[in-house]
Design a protein around this ligand. Sequence first.
Ligand SMILES: NC(=O)c1ccc[n+]([C@@H]2O[C@H](COP(=O)([O-])OP(=O)(O)OC[C@H]3O[C@@H](n4cnc5c(N)ncnc54)[C@H](OP(=O)(O)O)[C@@H]3O)[C@@H](O)[C@H]2O)c1
Length: 251
Amino acid sequence: MTPAYRLLLCGFLACALAVALLLLRVTAPYGRHARRGWGPAVPAPLGWFLMELPAPLLFGALVLWGEGPQDAPTWILLLLWEAHYFHRTFVWPLRLRGQRKPLPVLVMLMAIAFNTANAWLNGAWLGWMGPGYPEAWLLDPRFLAGVALFVSGYAVNQHSDRILLRLRPQGTQGYVVPHEGLFRWVSCPNYLGEIAEWCGFALAAWSLPALAFALWTAANLVPRAISHHRWYRRTFQDYPPERRALLPGVL
Ligand SMILES: NC(=O)c1ccc[n+]([C@@H]2O[C@H](COP(=O)([O-])OP(=O)(O)OC[C@H]3O[C@@H](n4cnc5c(N)ncnc54)[C@H](OP(=O)(O)O)[C@@H]3O)[C@@H](O)[C@H]2O)c1
């Protein structure tokens, strides 16, 4: 690890902590939490496409054109990352057509900065900065558990987002209480799935940049899940009282 890389990584980790503290006080102003005073906005599909694009492109380019994946675990980590980000960048925006709240340009720019830094740190690590993996890593319990956690989180995230996107009647911008799937137990299973995915990736990659990414994801999504949960309770008198924000029975 070069000194410059170490410095960037430390800065990235420190930002995750700062972001968590900030987002516990100020809810990111998009979706149901959109409000005046955050500048111009773009249509949600365009915003999501632009802000996610650096993640699959930069990460893929760095891993493939660094020294290239030299071992099977690196290929698998590349596949997991691209499976998530191909969907998020190219498929998710298409599914957002219709009555979606516009995305503030400021939120989009912050997400572009995050995705660029994150893709660079993780792509450079897998592409040439890190030590690579021995073939035996394929059977290491950390790798196997990490891949299983990623795949389960991916399935939960996709399934829960699919439920949410079907809730809104055509031509409306309102919200409906979800009851299907893991929504029976928590308000934000899509965020739970996303956090599980990147914790799984960090376990399988067993690297500091992947751990930093998992912490960033939690820093973003734990406060947002709490905000969503409070919003549901404020908005719907009959909101199921036993439902928690993110973790069944815990939070
Ligand atoms: N890795 C990260 O740091 C990170 C950060 C943010 C998001 N994400 C991921 O990106 C995806 C989308 O995030 P998000 O924050 O937009 O999620 P969200 O607030 O749950 O909304 C998802 C979509 O469903 C709609 N929706 C949500 N609840 C609804 C309800 N009760 N009734 C009707 N429609 C509803 C939203 O419409 P509106 O937009 O009009 O509210 C939006 O189009 C998730 O999978 C999340 O995990 C990841």
